[in-house]
Design a binder for this molecule. Structure first.
Ligand code: CA
Length: 219
């Protein structure tokens, strides 16, 4: 999952970025409204965390512009303004949820998971396929009931592949899911993580489609 974080407060931004990366989310962080517009115009995100008080263009303007483009990407507002009015304005402008600062990082992570889950049309948090169960909240994976220990990146990779079993994701698409901007990607990182996943889960689940990418077997 790829998240755009729009936050001009450096301390909050760093904490949120770090916290969400631990949740195996790729986080891109921008610090003003214009940069947010540029990022949203250029990339694909699964979720936007949007501060309202921002330099250059405020969060509400960014949100109205975004919805004006027809984008349905979930938006969670982060705001220090705890007035009811601002929350209502945000929700009316197309935000999916809001969280009032100061917030607890665990609560933010739970809200993020809830929004992503609603987006995927899943009431349950668990992803299940061919005996593999992935639990984003606990960051846990089991294979036929046996716990499997995965790194953050391996977990994120498996989660991406399990979203649409049978569908091939290219190496570039997988790298985008694993790494935020400015994070160095080793040239064979995806191959290494796939290799490790196969070792841990068994080789039969993840298929390499030569020259195209990887997929999880549909059946
Ligand atoms: Ca701010």
């Amino acid at each position: 999952m790829r998240v755009l974080l729009v936050e001009d407060d450096a301390m909050i931004g760093e904490a949120v970025q770090l916290g969400l990366r631990k949740q195996a989310l790729a986080v891109d962080w921008v610090q003003d409204g214009l940069a947010a517009k540029a990022a949203l115009g250029a990339g694909t995100f699964d979720l936007v965390l949007l501060d309202l008080g921002l330099p250059k263009l405020d969060g509400l303007q960014v949100l109205r512009w975004l919805r004006g483009t027809g984008s349905k990407v979930p938006v969670l507002i982060l705001t220090a303004r705890d007035s009811v009015n601002d929350r209502i304005k945000g929700l009316d402008a197309g935000a999916d949820d809001y969280i009032v600062k100061p917030f607890d990082l665990n609560e933010l992570a739970a809200r993020v998971r809830a929004v992503l889950r609603r987006q995927a049309g899943r009431a349950e948090n668990l992803v299940e396929h061919l005996g593999i169960t992935l639990d984003p909240a606990r960051h846990a994976v089991t294979c036929h009931g046996e716990a499997v220990n995965l790194s953050h990146r391996e977990f994120a990779l498996l989660e991406a592949l399990l979203e649409r079993p049978g569908q091939v994701l290219s190496r570039t698409q997988l790298e985008e899911r694993l790494y935020g901007w400015g994070e160095e990607v080793e040239s064979n990182a995806v191959e290494v993580h796939i290799h490790n996943l196969r070792k841990k889960l068994g080789a039969e689940y993840i298929q390499n489609v030569r020259g195209v990418g990887y997929r999880v077997r549909a059946t």
